[in-house]
Write a protein that binds this ligand. Structure first.
Ligand SMILES: C[S@@+](CC[C@H](N)C(=O)[O-])C[C@H]1O[C@@H](n2cnc3c(N)ncnc32)[C@H](O)[C@@H]1O
Length: 238
């Protein structure tokens, strides 16, 4: 599936555990897959086995990328969203995985090197628009071009080696202000990765602070599951 999958998530995050007691056995395996010289051969197989392994070990570690892809697809289906906006392109794996699920994809990356690599990777895809810059500025410009509601995958933050670090560790507060702040905001859905980081420490706002920053009059729901913060408008199916 990931025919051109290079390295995956930034290495320091691979095997990162949720703050639950007891490290699941998948942690050391993930680390080995990330660093092994056999990684190119092993990784595609591992990608598929990672999801059942994660379930079998009680969903205690950071969810596998394929699981996150599934979550994004399920929100797109439920809210009938045909546009995806991602902050933090990294190597473009989420864009690649969802390239057939959306009519339009925008992805914003702060690192010039990663942006250029992603541009090369997606050069033949007219519906994929890559943007270089800090999402705190670029996201507003992207949103102003949207004709309808979109699914936002807010994942643009410093993540260790190879990744960019802007003036703030995570631009998420500005991102949320862009997504839900405008008076004419569409019924956007926002998913924020790495929920466990949002403790109010190490440059991350607390989850409560994120929730408090949302406009109170839009009927937005705020929930957290499987390490993903989910901000949704009133459910179209209820
Ligand atoms: C965790 S990785 C993204 C992974 C990707 N979204 C995925 O699902 O495969 C985070 C990326 O955000 C980028 N980044 C950091 N700060 C940013 C900012 N202010 N604006 C845009 N991108 C940023 C980093 O360079 C890094 O490539």
């Amino acid at each position: 599936m990931f025919a051109r999958e290079g390295s995956r998530k930034p290495r320091p995050r691979i095997g990162t555990e949720l703050p639950n007691p007891g490290a699941p056995p998948t942690a050391s395996l993930r680390e080995w897959v990330a660093t092994s010289r056999l990684a190119g051969v092993v990784r595609p197989v591992y990608r598929y086995l990672e999801v059942p392994a994660w379930y079998l070990t009680g969903r205690r570690s950071v969810p596998p990328h394929m699981f996150k892809q599934k979550v994004l697809r399920s929100y797109a289906r439920r809210y009938r969203l045909k546009t995806l906006v991602e902050t933090g392109t990294y190597v473009g794996d989420m864009v690649w995985a969802l390239r057939r699920d959306f009519a339009t994809i925008h992805s914003i990356e702060l690192s010039e090197e990663l942006y250029e690599k992603a541009r090369a990777r997606f050069s033949g895809f007219e519906h994929i628009h890559l943007h270089h810059g800090d999402s705190r500025e670029v996201l507003g410009q992207v949103i102003s071009t949207l004709a309808g509601p979109a699914l936002f995958w807010l994942d643009g933050h410093y993540s260790g080696e190879r990744t960019a670090r802007g003036p703030v560790v995570t631009p998420v507060m500005s991102e949320l202000a862009h997504v839900f702040g405008s008076d004419r905001a569409h019924a956007h859905v926002a998913l924020i990765d790495d929920a466990w980081e949002f403790t109010g420490a190490r440059g991350y706002p607390a989850q409560e602070e994120l929730e408090r920053s949302l406009p109170p009059d839009r009927g937005l729901s705020f929930s957290v599951a499987d390490n993903i913060i989910r901000i949704t408008p009133p459910d179209p199916l209820s």
